[in-house]
Write a protein that binds this ligand. Structure first.
Ligand code: NAI
Length: 648
């Protein structure tokens, strides 16, 4: 039998039967995603194997991109009735149940990404062999889309690695590399690529029994189950309220009470598949997933641009962290400032970042070797990308760029990280102003996924496309914006923070204001945010970007008293070890909190709508994406414009 998306290859080894290889190579796609057709064909492939049983069956990918990227989300999102969603889930659940029971040994040879439904397939096999290379990553990330691993992952993962580790993976969606997968028992073996096929043949025929769960893990899936479930619920409650994010609570309930079978939950329960599918969060998170893909696609329009060397000028808060991030992502980086002394603190911060992110001394050392202090700026001549991040002064930037333009390679991308200067003004002293583009990072660089790619009046479109490609190369999300005060993100944040500060002048407490924003789903309250960026900076940005009304008075008083926020230990809050010391939140009804939240969010929504109307960002969807990834705007609300439509 031939399949559209699978190949079934049987290899003979002479007298004693054969090993069959099920190779997934989804037609017309660069990565394997599991849609209805692929799953139906998997059932037929199992029919085929049962009719003519192999000695063993090994699954592998026919794609260079990886093993399996997960379920076909686009297709899943089209299930617009509970019946259709249940049918799609049932199909996956049934075929993996069947796979788990075939009477020949099975193995998943996992190389590259193995996500969601892909990992559930691997878990339904008897063995999982992980190939040890950086691209190999396993995860059950369904929770990030507001759903749960419904094809048997919730049942099989705890059986394999114990409930605490399994819940941790399913509730956070975190990825596990090959070595870690082996050490935690998710993978049976971890081997280098050159021996993977032989290792797969040997392991699948080895008859090795499954590693038994540790005694404590058995208890935790038995008598201590409700204790584990309650602990997990408490952990989840710290990050996500059930009314905002029902999926993690559904995962815990499914594991605790339904043997990992989400289909067994009655439709009228809030943790059921039907309830999840009907919840606006699921729709919005799936929307955010596609928006993220749209941002990623902006990096694809500069074919042939392969930047390897980045030169950063200005080793301050931003330049230092941009340089560190680029080195972490494999670039060679030269970092320039006025003296070595000014570069040293940035290198110190970079060393800490590498240790934290790479968790491997040798790799951290290599990353540090890629970050080169360059006080004289010799790197400008060789660099593929040059990013200016000196202080916000037009004259200083123009002088610096005159030198850069004269010395840079003709093919080098020249960028500024300016937040508030007009790109066209900086470019006005260029010989060729079409070369300058804005690459605007957010603080803290390591945590913020978005980078605005700013096209000034004269910026050549191909330079903006190359800038977006560079942003993807360092694993950030590029958002193309036009040159305008505050671009998108700051122009949206400023009126929101200003409204919060006005509330303070009216006598509300910072605690009440921040609590309302948190209840709405913001990652941090606007008052604490103002303290964090620095009240002097917040005031300056507010004056520039919020044209109406007078500046909030309490801010001016605090600044006059030298209380600039977190950096000086006191602002609206007092800071101990970097943490805001908050007083009691006054008890008000949920209705009042929601009214206050709406008051804070309204200027943000209005600003976003205006920026779309002014063409600063191409359309409302991209604006929503930018505000979510650039400010942390509650993702489950799908962005400010999407939110305003839902409340209209
Ligand atoms: P910063 O004051 O921390 O660092 C600026 C650095 O540039 C200093 O180390 C200074 O010695 C160096 N510098 C000044 N002139 C120089 C020159 N001619 N040659 C070499 N080095 C020179 O400033 P920060 O906050 O890092 O800001 C830098 C740029 O990034 C500004 O354009 C700012 O608007 C922008 N930005 C700042 C953000 C923030 O949160 N601080 C966020 C996003 C962008």
């Amino acid at each position: 039998m031939t399949y559209k998306n699978w190949k079934l290859e049987r290899e003979t080894d002479g007298e004693s039967g054969h090993i069959a290889w099920a190779i997934l190579d989804v037609a017309g796609a660069s990565a394997n995603a599991l849609g209805a057709e692929v799953m139906t064909e998997l059932g037929q492939l199992l029919d085929d194997c049962e009719k003519n049983p192999p000695k063993a069956l090994i699954f592998k990918s026919g794609k260079a991109a990886g093993f399996i990227a997960g379920a076909n989300i686009e297709e899943f999102a089209q299930n617009d009735t509970p019946e259709k969603a249940r049918a799609a889930v049932q199909r996956g659940w049934d075929v993996y149940e069947r796979l788990s029971r075939v009477n020949f040994p099975t193995l998943a040879l996992v190389r590259g990404h193995c996500m969601g439904g892909g990992l559930e397939l691997a878990l339904a096999c008897r063995y999982l062999l992980a190939v040890d290379e950086p691209a190999t990553k396993m995860a059950l990330p369904e929770v990030m889309l507001g759903i749960s691993p419904l094809w048997g992952g919730m049942k099989r993962l705890p059986e394999r690695i114990g409930a605490p580790a399994a819940l941790d993976m399913m509730l956070t969606g975190k990825t596990i590399n090959a070595k870690r997968a082996k050490s935690m028992g998710l993978a049976d073996e971890c081997v280098p690529p050159r021996v993977m096929e032989n290792a797969a043949r040997m392991l699948v025929l080895s008859n090795t029994p499954r590693r038994e769960l540790k005694f404590m893990d058995k208890l935790m899936s038995g008598p201590l189950k409700s204790m584990v479930a309650n602990g997990a619920k408490k952990q989840v409650a710290k990050r996500a309220r059930p009314e905002h994010y029902p999926a993690p609570y559904s995962i815990i309930d499914t594991w605790q009470n339904y043997g990992g079978n989400g289909l067994a939950i009655p439709a009228d329960k809030p943790t059921s598949l039907d309830s999840l599918m009907a919840h606006p969060t699921t729709r919005n998170l799936i929307r955010v997933f596609f928006l993220q893909d749209r941002l990623k696609a902006f990096g694809k329009d500069a074919k042939g641009f392969e930047p390897k060397h980045v030169h950063v000028i200005g080793a301050g808060v931003m330049g230092g962290d941009i340089a560190a991030w680029c080195a972490l992502r494999g670039m060679t980086v030269t970092l320039q400032d006025q003296s070595v002394e000014r570069i040293a603190p940035a290198v110190g911060r970079a060393a800490k970042l590498f240790e934290k992110k790479l968790r491997d001394k040798k790799k951290a050392r290599f990353a540090l070797d890629r970050l080169i202090a360059d006080p004289k700026g010799d790197g400008v001549r060789q660099a593929d990308v040059i990013i200016e991040a000196i202080f916000e002064n037009l004259d200083a930037k123009q002088k610096l760029f005159a030198d850069i333009e004269a010395r840079a390679k003709p093919t080098a991308l020249i960028a500024s990280n300016t937040s508030s200067l007009k790109l066209a003004d900086i470019a006005s002293t260029f010989k060729d102003p079409s070369r300058l583009v804005g690459i605007h990072f957010f603080n803290p660089v390591a945590m913020m996924p978005l980078v605005e790619v700013v096209a000034g009046e004269k910026t050549a479109p191909e330079q903006a496309a190359r800038a977006a490609a560079f942003v993807r190369k360092i694993d950030k999300l590029p958002l193309p914006v036009k040159d305008g005060p505050g671009f998108l993100v700051n122009a949206v944040l400023a009126p929101y923070m200003n409204e919060a500060l006005k509330c303070i002048d009216e006598g509300m407490t910072p605690e009440a204001i921040d609590a309302a924003a948190l209840a709405f789903g913001m990652p941090m309250g606007p008052v604490e945010l103002a303290d964090t960026v620095g009240l002097d900076v917040a005031k300056a940005v507010g004056e520039q970007l919020v044209k109406s009304g007078t500046p909030p008075k309490k801010v001016l008083d605090l600044i006059a008293a030298g209380n600039l926020g977190k950096k000086s230990g006191k602002g609206f809050y007092t800071y101990v070890d970097g943490k805001a010391q908050k007083g009691v939140v006054p008890q008000v009804g949920a209705g009042d909190t929601a009214i206050l939240a709406d008051r804070l969010i309204a200027p943000m929504v209005a600003a976003t709508q205006k920026l779309v109307a002014d063409g600063i960002v191409a359309d409302a969807d991209l604006a929503d994406a930018g505000v979510i990834f650039g400010t942390g705007f509650a993702p489950f609300r799908g962005g400010p414009i999407n939110y305003s439509k839902s409340t209209a």
